[in-house]
Design a protein around this ligand. Sequence first.
Ligand code: HEM
Ligand code: NAG
Length: 470
Amino acid sequence: MSLDFVGIVLVDVIMRRLRPLKRLPPGSLGIPVIGQSLGLLWAMRANTAEKWIADRATKYGPISKMSLFGKPTVFIHGQAANKLVFTSDGSKMSNHQTESVKRILGDRCLLELSGQDHMRVRKALASFLKPDSLKNYVGKMEEEIRLHLLMHWQGKQKVTVLPLMKTLTFNIICSLLFGLERGARRDSIVQYFQQMIGGMWSVPVNLPFTRFNRSLKASAEVQRMLKQLISEKRIELENGASSHQDLITCLLSILGEDNQELMSEDEIIHNIMLIMVAGHDTSSVLITFMVRILANDPNIHAAVLTEQDEIKKSKPSGELLAWEDLAKMKYTWRVAMETLRTVPPVFGGFRKTLEDIDYEGYIIPRGWQIFWVTSMTHLDDNIFPEPSKFDPARFENPASIPPYCYIPFRGGPRICPGYELAKIETLVTIHYLVTHFTWQLCCNDNGYRRDPMPVPNQGLPIQIVSKEVL
Ligand code: HEM
Ligand SMILES: *[C@@H]1O[C@H](CO)[C@@H](O)[C@H](O)[C@H]1NC(C)=O
């Protein structure tokens, strides 16, 4: 690490000499190895990370260097920067995760793949996650949501929203993607899974009793269980089960040109683990912060309730929601989009340069990290006037928002493939919540912090009243 650092300083010096016009961006690389990581992590905990990053932008302009998580990093921001980062796939930049994430999720997951491999695996996942195929699973999802509310909400006076939403979204993933029914097996996979996530944003030191070590152990256990599950699915398929039963059967059934399975077993396992993480940690945050805004703003609550009540009244009592009903939840989805603008679950991300890149008169050297941050465009008053105001009407005319500026799901060829699934589960959950319960916040304290996902203080405890039995 420190050798790396000496290298970087040397490169800096040599480049200044040799190429006076092509300078490294302004800013300091800070203390070796640690750099500015602690500053950023502290700011995240204190929920001032957006300000921490905006202050840097004010101080240094459109491009600056720092070092984060042991690597020299260039932070760029704004519409043009987002476009550069999201669209130059392949030769200029590669996707890049921290060492811990790579070791825990596995090196064949989508986040680690590039070029042809990325396209092949992404296409396979997308064939299951596209609206046309998800349509058939709305009922299954709704069943999970009703069961969840019956078990954890109905008859209660007080609930804590975030942990419950994590449970719910995890159960949805289990049932929908893995065909893993409720029971002892699901419970034990949840346990290992929680341990596994615990070390994803840790320093990768593999010694006994470190978070990272525990997380690796749990990851091995999850992988063992998934291997077992996959071999059972293979047998079910041989015995004539439908390939559309769940994500695993779907992936096992996709054949390549040579008539062999398109994805290797490792690829299936690593991507299932990725989806377990990407698919529940994010949407649970979105639903939780929508519950919070609905408690804080009576006008928004009234408008969402009117829309959902109308849909409910239009159906015979007890009938499940249909695909067409979701299309009518336009206002509710605009509230969700505004929630994602103001509290994006994903703070930002990293890419790695594969060659020197010229940007704004500076050079971003090969092998460095590029850091992009969601809030920089989301809170820019040239793009979203009065950015601190919560206003769902901003999304009435999507064409009014410039491209590469609204990026909670990122953009370009690596845009989140789980967008539709997240949308469906959010809309169905909010439908049930507003039509069956009223609630108010228990704490006056409206704060939250990042860890690295946004976490409302105390997990958002609320007082609830059932207005209709499920
Ligand atoms: C509100 C909910 C969600 C948000 C805000 C969100 C956001 C994102 C973002 C920002 C990325 C890019 C990350 C990066 O480049 O470092 C991403 C990637 C990804 N997301 Fe989501 N996501 C959500 C829900 C989901 C769901 C439900 C699934 C799965 C079913 C999912 C699966 C994935 C996968 C597989 C990738 C990697 C794509 C690739 O590299 O090609 N996400 N998501
Ligand atoms: C955890 O640490 C111990 C002791 O260093 C090591 O033997 C073990 O392999 C580590 N576990 C994993 C899963 O790497």
